[in-house]
Design a protein around this ligand. Structure first.
Ligand SMILES: [Zn+2]
Length: 423
């Protein structure tokens, strides 16, 4: 399990100049390796090293560890460049067959145009969280720099130091370092008590313990972003573009915040009730199966469920809970009590089984199915239906709270009871 600590540096003018110089030279090595690989067709890391190292072997240019690190970074970038190019070629051929005129754009080779973030390994940097001093290899030898970290990260300073990335933020015109700390993996238990979680856009998540995680103002906020984006895009001026960039940052941070809150609350609730496993559906299904209006679709496509899954997984892991992905087959159409599958049984938020007359909120019904699918896939349940999963009985009407979270205060003063409402 890894955790990343973000630290900001107190740099003197000279140190800042040194780091900029180092970063530019690092980018030169990166670009050189990319060019060499593309012109010669060499992809193997060792051969790339042999082919390019001699150009920079003058030690005054860049410490050798950083030359190697830039080469590794270039090798990785080249690998993903080649994969993407291959995919593009296949798709372009298809497009040509279909007689399309506008073909997919070609993919640009990796190139660093300015300061490239430097990856340090355990040998090229050192960090001391007692004195708050970090030592970084640079063009003027190893420089020692005082730093600060936010209090939140203090809990992670006792891990094993792995690597660090020196990043220059163009917006803030400052250097930051992301330090990766390693912690031993906790052994996750065998699944016994399983919580099914259905992800969606109206209810961001609904869990099989009858809890609804939603943010009632999400629709308004998303619509506001979208409308503003539309207006700015149609304007197209330079200032509009600048504004757009800022907007996308705001929106990303908003999504991130909501995803953090939802995942945190799901894990907290699961932990309190002694669940050892959280089952979620395969994310692909969310987009494919949703029959939604245009506005909801736009909101859905911009929402990052993958991020929610990532947050959920790591937060759960640190609480000793595992997250498992299960097939999403018929989770929304099937009855969780009798297993009868029939598409029209679900109408919007309502699920009504035509076979056994079972009624429930459709997302809640889906979360029962997810939990059940997981148990069947692991051989924990025979798949026979009874009313074990329909724990909440007929006609559950979830009562929604006003806000499940307020964005700024969720860390310090939120009681779990305020965050979600079940029935
Ligand atoms: Zn039924």
């Amino acid at each position: 399990m890894n955790r990343t600590i973000k630290i900001s540096l107190y740099l003197s003018k000279e140190q800042e100049a040194t780091l900029k110089d180092t970063s530019l030279k690092y980018a030169q090595v990166f670009n050189k390796v990319v060019d060499y690989s593309i012109s010669t067709g060499v992809t193997n890391g060792v051969e790339l090293h042999r082919g390019t190292y001699k150009d920079f072997s003058n030690r005054e240019f860049l410490p050798s560890q950083l030359i190697c690190s830039a080469r590794v970074k270039a090798t990785e970038a080249l690998k993903s460049f080649r994969t993407k190019s291959k995919k593009r070629t296949i798709r372009v051929e298809k497009q040509k067959e279909q007689g399309k005129k506008r073909l997919l754009k070609s993919i640009n080779k990796p190139r660093s145009k300015g300061l490239l973030s430097i990856r340090y390994d355990a040998r090229s940097f050192s960090i001391d969280f007692k004195t708050n001093i970090i030592g970084l290899a640079s063009t003027s030898g190893r420089i020692k720099i005082p730093f600060k970290t936010a209090q939140y990260y203090w809990q992670y300073t006792n891990g094993k130091v792995c690597s660090a990335d020196l990043v220059y933020s163009k917006d803030k015109k400052r250097f930051f370092v992301n330090v990766v700390m390693e912690f031993p993996d906790t052994m996750l238990p065998d699944p016994i008590k399983i919580l099914g979680v259905d992800l969606g856009i109206n209810n961001l998540a609904v869990s099989s313990d009858n809890k609804f995680y939603l943010r009632p103002d999400l629709r308004n906020i998303s619509n506001r972003y979208q409308a503003l984006r539309g207006r700015l895009q149609s304007k197209g001026t330079r200032s509009a573009k600048r504004h757009l960039k800022k907007l996308s940052g705001c929106e990303n941070r908003f999504h991130r915040d909501v995803n953090h809150c939802v995942s945190k609350n799901i894990v907290r609730s699961a932990k309190l009730q002694g669940y050892d496993t959280i089952a979620i559906e395969n994310l692909k299904h969310i987009r494919e199966n949703s029959k939604l209006g245009r506005a909801s679709k736009a909101r859905l496509s911009s929402w990052s469920f993958a991020q929610l899954q990532t947050f959920l997984t790591y937060k759960a892991a640190s609480a000793g809970i595992q997250v498992e992905v299960v097939s999403a087959k018929y989770t929304s159409q099937g009855c969780s009590r009798c297993g009868h599958i029939y598409k029209p049984q679900r109408k919007g938020n309502e699920f009504h089984c035509v076979n056994c007359d079972y009624r429930n909120h459709s997302d809640l019904n889906a979360s029962f199915n997810i939990s059940k699918n997981f148990q069947v896939s692991r051989g924990l349940s025979s798949g026979a239906y009874g009313d074990t999963f329909a724990v909440c009985g007929p006609s559950v009407q979830p009562a929604y709270c006003d806000r499940f979270v307020s964005s700024n205060t969720h860390i310090s003063n939120h009681k779990p009871t305020n965050l979600f409402v079940g029935s």
